[in-house]
Design a protein around this ligand. Sequence first.
Ligand code: MGD
Ligand code: MGD
Ligand code: MO
Length: 772
Amino acid sequence: MRHSDDQNPHTRQVDEPTAVRIGHVKDHAAGVPAVAVALKRGVEQMGVARTVRTFFKLNQRNGFDCPGCAWPETPGHRKHAEFCENGAKAVAEEATTRRVTPEFFAEHSVSDLAGRSGYWLSQQGRLTHPMYLAPGDTHYRPVGWDEANALIAAELSQMTSPDEAVFYTSGRTSNEAAFVYQLFARSLGTNNMPDCSNMCHESSGTALGNAIGIGKGSVTVPDLEIADLIIVAGQNPGTNHPRMLATLEKAKRGGARIVAINPLPEAGLMRFKDPQQVGGVIGKGTSLTDDFLQIRLGGDMALFRGIARLMLDAERAAPGTVFDRQFLDEHCGGVDDYLALLDDLDFDDVLSATGLTFAQIEDLAGALMASKRTVLCWAMGWTQHRHSVATIGEGTNVLLLRGMIGKPGAGLCPVRGHSNVQGDRTMGIFEKMPESFLGALDKEFGINSPREHGYDTVQAIRAMGRGQVRVFIAMGGNFVSAAPDTELTADALRRCALTVHISTKLNESHTVTGRAALILPTLGRTDRDMTGGTKQLVSVEDSMSVVHLSRGSLPPASPELHSEVAIVADLAVAVFGDDHPVDWAQMRDDYDVIRERISRVIPGFEDFNTRVRRSDGFVLPHPPRDNRTFATTTGLANFTVEPLDWVRIPEGRLILQTLRSHDQYNTTIYGHDDRYRGIKGNRRVVMVNQDDIAAFGLRTGQHVDIISEFTGPDGPEERRVDDFEIVAYDTPRGNVAAYYPETNPLVPLGSVAKKSNTPVSKAVVVRLVPAT
Ligand SMILES: Nc1nc2c(c(=O)[nH]1)N[C@H]1C(S)=C(S)[C@@H](COP(=O)(O)OP(=O)(O)OC[C@H]3O[C@@H](n4cnc5c(=O)[nH]c(N)nc54)[C@H](O)[C@@H]3O)O[C@H]1N2
Ligand SMILES: Nc1nc2c(c(=O)[nH]1)N[C@H]1C(S)=C(S)[C@@H](COP(=O)(O)OP(=O)(O)OC[C@H]3O[C@@H](n4cnc5c(=O)[nH]c(N)nc54)[C@H](O)[C@@H]3O)O[C@H]1N2
Ligand SMILES: [Mo]
């Protein structure tokens, strides 16, 4: 169905959602349909010639880094077409030939745009001009770059404290842009740098920082390829990290056992056909996972504690056969406290928390005890719970007991989301960077970085809500849709004097504005960057700490686009004038200068400019992986010792997880189908276990409103989203699933993970009521 109410010449008509159609749930991922879908999307968005040219450059040595996910390229042998269906979709979205021009904004008022879906907004194409929404105005109007910078500078100068500014970052920003951006915020005097990571892998960073002294994963692709046991928990790689499946397949061919732990039988985990291998296209596909443990939402900490207890029992029965005693003695702290917890464990808690049988848990414990090289992978199913930090700590404990860190083929693998989210953090995008970084930054640039911690995402929303933020600047992302508690977040943004978005494409955050608003259009990964008159290169860091170059090659959507680096540097000059210790103009015109300075501030980046130009880039140091050293407060790998926790389901209620369909990139919706889950035409669905549908007196196909329940400091709170269709789905009893961001209004701002402050997006207490 096509949208027909709009005949404006500058408006792109889009497919509207239809009634929900239910097909088969796929038991395998990728293969020929995936490639066909990728090509179709490319051609729709940019025509045949540009599609071929673009996809050819994707993840190639002389090409650009895929903006899809942070999974690494295989070192040494990148394939001719190292891309996947969903990477291709991400590229097609960016390289689209559709344009959002000043004429478009003249035709659509902000309130008109606010009534459109996120899908409609992003399908309009690439932004072409800086746009300004003046206080009281109904429409954005074009504005020059100098005027835009003057407007921001004027607003910043009105602040009574630099902490009235907030600088948000999404994870696509290059290392170079991220570095100058944080330098700008700190030169101004604030550490208010919330980022998407606060909503994503923050729990991993927190847990691993405490346990092993570095918040990053400890394995490389070759490690996975030689592992004999790979556990994939709380992750849907078939949709969100499809290139990981090729690595898993290779491991599998090498004899690895692969275990999936997930409430849902996700397609890619069950079976996989690698479209880049002839056998994959015509064969039946590899049966990827040997075991599928259909765990209850939030039951993973209990599972791993149960496993550890079974290991302890086996170790006691035959001392020296299970634990890596030497590793524990030489490198670990807190072992005895942890073993005491294991002795106290009531296995009934494990069974009720996980919903698994004793035999299933015993079997996985057996696999772990037999394994010589174990890798543990996880993503949002582990990071977005109230007890996420403890859960990741518990998984880490099990690996530590077996000495599975800092040796080939073994280790921890938090699989990152955005393509450069890990690099942004390395570059200093963090509200609480350590003294070692701040001190080095100050020394290199002659500035005085503030030492007081800034706001993370949740704290920033609260501060905006209190009216304490004057200027909100976002380097990419879609803050209002990605953050929890949509209405509350929107109200918070509206209380700012000025909201500024540095964006490639139109999204909801451009329609929920402060008193005034700016949209600053920027180059994306695929675009050629000719800042300063020469071709500039940028770098990124993948999920396994490999830093490499990304070179865009497509002509930009408009001559008015500026690079992210140029936008920040020009703004800095507008704010600080020419007489500032930091030479912004020099860095703007030559990104080698930025890299040179990074190399003097951040350990591991020595000789950055030379090493990043090597064909596979370079790997950053990772002490636990490299030589089993642990830069924790104790100098040891610390066992996490936390009381057992899991998600309890209140009587008559359900636990909702919010997740991604196969046809979206976070808040950017590509289409209305979730092909692998067999749900088509419409995203307003809630997946419910067949027996729960019956038990709650509901029917498949019925429309319901979803109400979430939360007890805040002032007592019980309720939130509601309307009109979702019930789909019978293979999810554990008591657990339901629906798509993000449609269900973000249900996630309470006060419901956050302990220690990491990450919104609890995977366990929302809800009830379903017939639609009103
Ligand atoms: N195509 C595409 N690629 C993407 C993205 C995208 O939106 N589209 N987003 C990118 C980003 S930023 C990120 S962070 C990653 C996200 O990658 P994922 O983490 O795979 O994303 P989600 O869709 O949130 O899926 C969560 C998975 O965890 C499972 N799960 C939920 N709760 C639990 C639990 O308590 N225990 C266990 N064991 N499992 C659980 C869910 O059933 C689901 O399979 O993907 C990145 N790549
Ligand atoms: N309920 C619920 N909420 C969640 C999650 C969940 O699972 N459930 N997941 C969370 C996670 S893991 C994440 S990472 C966040 C994502 O939060 P964000 O990163 O804020 O959201 P995105 O949807 O990835 O941002 C998309 C926008 O980024 C802009 N953009 C794209 N490429 C570029 C670029 O190269 N440069 C610039 N400057 N802009 C660009 C475009 O304008 C696009 O509209 O959402 C979180 N929110
Ligand atoms: Mo993410």
